[in-house]
Design a protein around this ligand. Structure first.
Ligand code: WTA
Length: 570
């Protein structure tokens, strides 16, 4: 093949011989890394924190290196273990039991991580919500999950419509006083709580996490993960993140998204590695500063961020000393070959693409450090994973043929349910394959190449947005009669959200009206779901059964042939 390949460098990677490990690998081989393998007592919080806190050689090691413009803090494994014990006691005091849903709606902070593990220690299921969510997004998720406890802040509580959430019994606020005392104050409760807690031992198949994510139809769905996922978090932490004892690791994702939990929390701490947490959205200089100041060695980020760095220019990079950085990974959207080439020049490092989804719980197809990289390819399946390209009946297709990217079902971190929606869960599986909704092909050498989404899900700056959610919000605006929403290709953000709307009688097109509608979605749903472009049409194309024909809208937008329109309503 006459394509550019980037050979592995000669470092001592954790996974050196991909073929050999793959051929003999069984997931049970990973069990030996967990305390439960000896004791039979399971809880992911124990494996990620308490085990290290009980180890004299590890307990005073920095687990959480928190870095924000107005706050710097370091918590050791011992600190974090105790803080989460305290929070577990707070939850017990408020009658939280195994299996209850306890949601977090707050920015990244040391309190967030203590609370997150406190939840897991009670055997409850944690539901982290992205802090940028507005009322509608918060309501949908808390209603569907029937969460009984919410941990949030005085700033964000205004977006929680408590009168519409009868199941929500307890709200804990993390923040300064001055808030009406009908709420429970995090710091007061923590001050009175014991540092000792009898952790709730669970089954590997018990739930630990609900992440809401978008499909093309319907409201966001709750993807349910179980403690067993730790097996794959650990294995990929070793092979893909290449974590070693002295690493300082940084994952830029917010824990409201699956990358921010599987790889922003579990993988590094299961390995007992120092984990840098930095909140908020960053400018390119913030990224470089964070890498330099904390002497980060392993960095997991996203194509949108990397593309911003590329546009920021190499001069800017020269101001920083990033010599400690040794390993970079990317996830969430297609990683442009140009960015990989830029990375080689700018950092003298390869950027390793990784492919997976909220539903898969952990990485599946990746560029492993010890394998050559073919820029533009997501790489190969990790040991223990069988990936293929299948047709719509679940039959495997030969190399170089495009089709559904599919995974043989039954890996450790696979979702176990869609919350309250068994039919939806079943619909992912065909003929023994988990069908991802992505289209791809596999070359003769087993490298996978991403082609696009097969459904209407939009990927904007690596964030997954369901068009239905945005359309539903748009038509709540009094001026909007109908709405169809698509992803429009964009050089930096991957896609942006474009809405086509028709207006109700009595409304005239104007720039002010369009801006008002945009703001309506932004303040009602979330900033990343607000359409950057809105186009007014006399009507929105629908099928005879009333479904918005987003495909047709997209073809119009891109000037492509419109294909089969036989189902179009007159
Ligand atoms: C897309 C994020 C191209 C894909 C962990 C997938 C990617 C969806 C890649 C899942 C990649 C993820 N290359 N596309 N390396 N990684 N995607 O659930 O369309 O937020 O189905 O999970 O992002 O997004 P999610």
């Amino acid at each position: 093949m006459d394509m550019q390949v980037i050979p592995a460098r000669s470092e001592n990677y954790n996974l050196k011989d991909y073929q050999k490990v793959r051929e003999n690998f069984k997931w049970d081989d990973v069990n030996k890394h967990f305390a439960w393998n000896e004791t039979g007592k399971v809880n992911i919080a124990y494996e990620a924190l308490d085990r290290h806190a009980e180890n004299p050689a590890k307990k005073d090691k920095v687990a959480l290196l928190y870095s924000a413009p107005d706050r710097e803090e370091q918590l050791t494994f011992s600190d974090l273990s105790k803080q989460s014990n305290k929070f577990a006691n707070v939850l017990k005091k408020h009658q939280v039991n195994k299996g209850d849903r306890v949601f977090l709606f707050m920015p990244r902070s040391p309190e967030f991580y203590a609370a997150f593990f406190g939840i897991l220690k009670t055997g409850a299921i944690a539901g982290p919500l992205f802090e940028a969510f507005m009322e509608q997004a918060v309501r949908d998720r808390l209603q569907d999950s029937e969460a009984s406890v919410l941990i949030t802040t005085p700033e964000l509580i205004e977006r929680v419509p408590q009168d519409e959430l009868p199941q929500l019994e307890t709200v804990i606020l993390v923040g300064e006083a001055g808030v009406a005392h009908t709420y429970i104050d995090y710091h007061t409760e923590m001050a009175g709580a014991s540092e000792a807690f009898d952790i709730e031992w669970v089954d590997l198949e018990d739930g630990m996490l609900l992440h809401y994510t978008s499909g093309s139809t319907g409201k966001p769905k709750g993807v349910y993960h179980v403690h067993n996922a730790m097996i794959q978090h650990y294995a990929t932490g070793e092979w893909v993140l290449d974590l070693k004892e002295d690493d300082v690791y940084w994952c830029t994702a917010d824990p409201g998204w699956v990358t921010g939990t599987s790889y922003g929390i579990f993988a590094p701490w299961l390995h007992g590695v120092t984990n840098v947490i930095r909140g908020g959205r960053f400018t390119p200089d913030d990224w470089y500063e964070t890498l330099e100041k904390n002497k980060i060695t392993v960095w997991y980020t996203a194509p949108t961020a990397l593309r911003m760095l590329v546009s920021h220019g190499e001069e800017a990079l020269k101001k920083y000393d990033l010599l400690e950085l040794r390993h970079i990974m990317s996830v969430g959207e297609p990683l442009n070959p140009e960015v990989v080439t830029w990375g080689l020049k700018a950092f003298n490092l390869r950027i390793h693409d990784t492919w997976w989804m909220t539903e898969t719980g952990a990485q599946l197809i990746v560029n492993l450090p010890a394998l050559e990289i073919r820029p533009g390819s997501m790489g190969k399946p990790i040991p223990g994973i069988v990936a293929s390209i299948v047709d719509n009946e679940g039959n495997e297709l030969p190399p170089n043929q495009m089709g559904n990217l599919a995974i043989k079902e039954g890996w450790p971190s696979m979702m176990r349910q869609i919350w309250n929606n068994p039919g939806k869960y079943e619909s992912y599986f065909i003929n023994g394959w988990y069908v991802s909704g992505d289209s791809a092909y596999r070359d003769e050498d087993g490298y996978f190449w991403f082609q696009g989404r097969l459904d209407d899900v939009i990927n904007t700056s690596g964030e997954r947005v369901g068009p239905f959610e945005v359309e539903s919000k748009l038509i709540e605006h009094p001026a909007v009669a109908e709405a169809g929403v698509i992803g429009k290709p964009h050089p930096e953000r991957g896609e942006i959200i474009k809405a086509f709307i028709s207006l109700n009688e009595g409304y005239e097109k104007s720039d002010e009206l369009l801006e008002e509608i945009r703001q309506f979605v932004k303040t009602g749903l979330s900033a990343h779901a607000a359409p950057r472009e809105i186009e007014i049409r006399d009507s929105i194309p629908k099928t005879r059964s009333g479904k918005i024909m987003r495909r047709l809208l997209k073809s119009w937008e891109l000037g492509l042939p419109t294909g089969d329109t036989s189902t179009l309503e007159e």
